[in-house]
Design a binder for this molecule. Structure first.
Ligand code: SF4
Length: 372
């Protein structure tokens, strides 16, 4: 058997995105909270674009020219990615996916600063989700779970962090507003890929409602998902549904805590839809043992170093791929971010590289982690 099982640190607070991840693949939620795997949780270009968009929108109304604010934020995040991914050199932000589209959307919003609430509409789902996950991910460089801050002030709350000590929840609802004396929680969706109000979106919204209920001492009366065209889908928010969501979050938190104590196993549920883009697939035992049909697009494997042929920060290595079975065999590896002094006989997991006829070639987002 090769690969790791998650050993998460028990979270004091759990975010809706971790609950959703847990219900989709318990192992993925566990890996996200595993302190040993912190180096796999690096800021990717998608999260960086989201963070830049939010930083810039936060400066709207200050009188600073949009171009200056955008360029300064872009440079800051570029340097941060360069530091996180060293010795690899990330491409300049202009080459990141969704860069131009996001910049244009944010510019429009920045210049129409009066419509503050619609800021969350103009940023795409992908960008906002990447930003929000980045902000709440435990062990990341955003907010650290378990460190509550003061509750947000009077309504409306636009993308305010909420800590709910009563239920052990933490998250960032898009919008909480007072509409004629009633509290309304709104989630904005602009993407077309998923059903607007699928089970995950409903669970997430009900968890936000639970946090708002705790923070305000009264329950929201209306939960809404608004799409990019402004159409509203109402989500049922009866108290028993909110309580069910809280119970599911509690079950996730307890399972993760038990796994951290070594009393429970967080199983992996490999599936192409779930595993594609998962940063843990190079170390995930369930993924590495899965048949090809259950794995993701995008390469990942576990291997043993047979020979280190080149000295320096990015070695050339001859390796024996041990899993997945269908790509087992000898491979020459170049461009992987090995540390200096990598040892013959050491075991590694890697994800996100090109593999062709016995040669694996890494690029700047290749993730590498020791096994065993
Ligand atoms: S690689 Fe797949 S099975 Fe493993 S943690 Fe990620 S999503 Fe789950």
């Amino acid at each position: 058997m090769i690969g790791l099982k998650p050993r998460p640190k028990a979270p004091e607070f759990i975010s809706p995105s971790v609950v959703v991840a847990f219900e989709a693949c318990p192992a993925k939620a566990g890996f996200r909270l595993d302190p040993e795997l912190a180096t796999l949780r690096r800021t990717g270009p998608a999260a960086a674009v989201g963070c830049i968009a939010h930083e810039v929108l936060a400066a709207a109304g200050t009188g600073e020219p949009f171009g200056d604010v955008w360029s300064a934020a872009a440079e800051r995040w570029y340097l941060r990615l360069a530091e996180e991914w060293a010795p690899a050199t990330p491409p300049r932000p202009e080459q990141w996916q969704n860069w131009a589209l996001t910049r244009e959307r944010v510019r429009i919003q920045y210049e129409a600063v009066s419509a503050v609430v619609s800021a969350t509409v103009l940023v795409t789902d992908d960008v906002r989700t990447a930003w929000r996950e980045h902000e709440v991910s435990a062990g990341g460089k955003g907010v650290v779970l378990g460190k509550p801050v003061a509750q947000p002030g009077p309504l409306p709350w636009v993308e305010r962090k909420i800590y709910d000590q009563q239920n052990g929840l933490m998250g960032i609802p898009d919008l909480v507003e007072d509409r004629d004396g009633s509290v309304v929680v709104v989630d904005h969706k602009t993407g077309l890929a998923k059903p607007i109000a699928g089970p995950e979106a409903k669970l997430q919204l009900r968890l936000y409602a639970a946090m708002v209920r705790t923070a305000l001492g009264r329950a929201p009366v209306r939960l809404e998902i608004r799409d990019g065209a402004g159409d509203v889908t109402r989500v049922e928010g009866e108290p028993e549904l909110i309580d069910d969501a809280v119970n599911r979050a509690r079950a996730a938190r307890e399972a993760i805590a038990a796994a951290g104590r070594g009393e429970h196993e967080l199983v992996g549920l490999p599936d192409p839809g779930r595993c594609t883009g998962c940063p843990y697939r190079g170390v995930c035992r369930a993924y590495l043992e899965a048949p090809e049909s259950d794995r993701a697009l995008g390469r990942a494997f576990a291997f043993e170093v047979l020979e280190v042929a080149v000295e320096g920060p990015r070695h050339g290595v001859r390796a024996s791929v041990m899993a997945p079975n269908d790509i087992a065999g000898e491979t020459w590896i170049t461009g992987f971010p090995f540390p200096d002094g990598v040892a013959v006989g050491s075991l590694w997991g890697a994800a996100g590289f090109e593999l062709l006829r016995g040669h694996a070639r890494g690029h700047w987002t290749t993730l590498l982690h020791p096994l065993g």
